[in-house]
Design a protein around this ligand. Structure first.
Ligand SMILES: Cc1cc2nc3c(=O)[nH]c(=O)nc-3n(C[C@H](O)[C@H](O)[C@H](O)COP(=O)(O)OP(=O)(O)OC[C@H]3O[C@@H](n4cnc5c(N)ncnc54)[C@H](O)[C@@H]3O)c2cc1C
Length: 501
């Protein structure tokens, strides 16, 4: 029986463990053990059920609050786990994004895809941009591509920062007003550092193919509209939404994975301090001094934690991992009585561009974005704070963070100034968001090349090829394929998504 040790009980580690269990169920002589430092599993997926003093409950997501339906991995895993029916689409009828501009909230104009306008009239009439800003954006149609890639070249060979790319194609206003908060915000990243090849290679590819982002996104919009017509929702089927969650919050997913893996194979409250190779065996030492041995090892922690662990195994890999910076952030959820919130509630989120210089990156109106997140007559809001440029704000105490967000809600939305939240919660994610800076993919290639040479070892997680929940699960699954092959087990499933499967 081969034993795979997995360090980290986030979705990458659990995704790996669940695949090991599937291999075992398919008849392979293999087992696993997940070791997690915190006293809970789930990592950046953390949901809490909070009771309202007057009855009813809130479902609060402290970390990730959604998975996107354009990447099929979460839906595939949910189906296999038997929780496919527990997925909940966002309330599309409230799908509206508001952008802070001075004291006002301006709706993101219809037809903006990522940051590119694809409809003329909404662009012409919006007050989000100045007229010179709009003309500069429209010039994207005429500006020639920066260079023509040679046959077979990819975005990775032509990496550029988000800032350089957007300013080059559409001007600074397009960056400051939408691209930075919307595109950079997903990664809580500094657009001046963020690698486009590692995050949104499609922008670079679009420029190559269409010579213009506006043309490229118009083409994409057309394709989506055709798909919608071709595959209309089946009667009685759940409505399609870009953002989805689970019935009791995102934590449903790691919980179900942990059940499928078997709770007895998961150790929580156990921090690994040393990993070392002893002959054919991997030895993992816990903070308590206890040693656990296995035939294969998957490190599925944050980049900074993997740096420390890998130092004794391979200095060069540790050095490369250390070049992946991680920024900290916090979410602050709070609820109010509906009468204290006399504002229109048909929207999902507010983005606050950095140029607005507010101590807040975004606000989600959770009770409008999702059904059943708050009892009747209550409004649930979630503020997002931090990111590379605002790390200092996180030095505040929890009470100060709650007050900061409350003041922003009063100022931006008109929440009644004297209103006290029914409850509030602060979730801190220290070093929780890996930053894919320029050249990230080259570093990841080199990490993978070096790891490939170390038998029965793999790295997984959000630090490498995508921070989204689906990407992290996939990285865990890839890690399993690698280490099982190294111990002589060939196990690769057909994970091709099929309609209706
Ligand atoms: C605030 C926030 C909002 C987000 N929103 C979304 C979203 O809406 N949609 C989306 O798709 N993604 C979102 N993300 C990103 C996504 O949630 C993460 O990238 C993903 O969950 C990371 O999973 P992971 O398993 O790679 O790492 P983690 O979840 O970080 O898990 C790593 C685990 O390793 C453990 N560990 C570390 N060191 C050790 C050690 N020495 N010994 C034992 N255990 C150790 C940690 O305690 C942790 O539990 C968000 C992230 C944050 C922070």
């Amino acid at each position: 029986m081969k034993k795979v040790i997995i360090i980290g009980g986030g979705v990458a580690g659990l995704g790996a463990a669940y695949k090991v269990r599937r291999a075992a169920e398919a008849g392979h002589e293999v087992d696993c053990m997940v070791i997690e430092k915190d006293d809970r599993i789930g990592g950046k997926l953390k949901s809490e059920i909070v009771a309202d003093p007057d009855g009813g409950e809130y479902i609060v997501d402290g970390g990730s609050d959604a998975f996107v339906s354009t990447k099929p991995t979460v839906a595939r895993i949910a189906r296999m786990l038997g929780i496919g029916d527990e997925t909940v689409p966002a309330c599309e009828e409230n799908k509206k994004t508001l952008i802070v501009k001075g004291k006002r909230l301006v709706e993101l104009p219809d037809g903006i895809m990522m940051f590119a306008p694809t409809k003329l009239l909404p662009l012409a009439t919006t007050t989000l941009y100045s007229w010179p800003g709009k003309f500069r954006m429209a010039m994207d149609w005429f500006i020639p591509r920066k260079e023509r890639w040679a046959e077979g070249e990819t975005a990775q060979q032509h990496d550029e920062t988000l800032e350089a790319f957007v300013v080059r194609r559409m001007g600074r206003e397009a960056l400051d007003r939408v691209a930075e908060p919307l595109v950079g915000g997903v990664h809580a990243s500094d657009p001046g550092q963020m690698s486009l090849a590692a995050t949104f290679p499609n922008f670079l590819e679009m420029e190559q193919e269409f010579g213009s982002l506006i043309r490229g996104f118009m083409n994409e919009r057309k394709k989506r509209e055709e798909m919608k017509k071709k595959f209309p929702p089946k009667p009685g089927a759940k409505p399609w939404a870009f953002f989805n969650t689970f019935h009791r919050g995102m934590q449903d997913l790691p919980n179900a994975m942990a059940e499928a893996v078997g709770r007895d194979r998961i150790r929580t409250g156990a921090a690994v301090t040393i990993i070392e190779r002893a002959g054919e065996t991997w030895r993992v030492t816990l903070e308590t001094g206890e040693v656990i041995e296995g035939d294969a090892l998957i490190v599925a922690t944050e980049a900074w934690a993997a740096t420390r662990l890998m130092r004794d195994v391979d200095d060069a890999i540790a050095d490369l991992l250390a070049e992946i910076p991680c920024s900290s952030s916090a979410t602050v959820s709070m609820a109010f009585k509906a009468e204290d919130c006399p504002f229109d509630k048909k929207w999902f989120g507010i983005l606050s561009p950095l140029v607005e210089d507010r101590p807040i990156l975004a606000v989600t109106l959770s009770s409008s974005k999702w059904p059943d997140r708050a009892p009747e007559g209550r409004v649930l809001l979630r503020g997002f704070i931090g990111g590379p440029q605002n790390q200092h704000l996180l030095e505040a105490t929890d009470e100060e963070l709650v007050e900061t967000i409350r003041q922003q809600l009063i100022d931006l939305l008109g929440v009644r100034a004297e209103a006290e939240p029914v409850f509030s919660r602060v979730y801190r994610w220290n070093g929780g968001m890996p930053q894919y800076t320029l050249g990230h993919l080259d570093r990841v290639d080199e990490i993978e090349r070096r790891t490939a040479e170390i038998a029965s070892l793999a790295l997984a997680g959000g630090a490498f090829r995508g921070v989204g929940v689906p990407n992290c699960i996939e990285s865990g699954e890839r890690a399993v394929t690698k280490v099982l092959a190294d111990v002589g087990i060939t196990y690769d499933e057909d994970t091709t998504p099929r309609r209706g499967r």
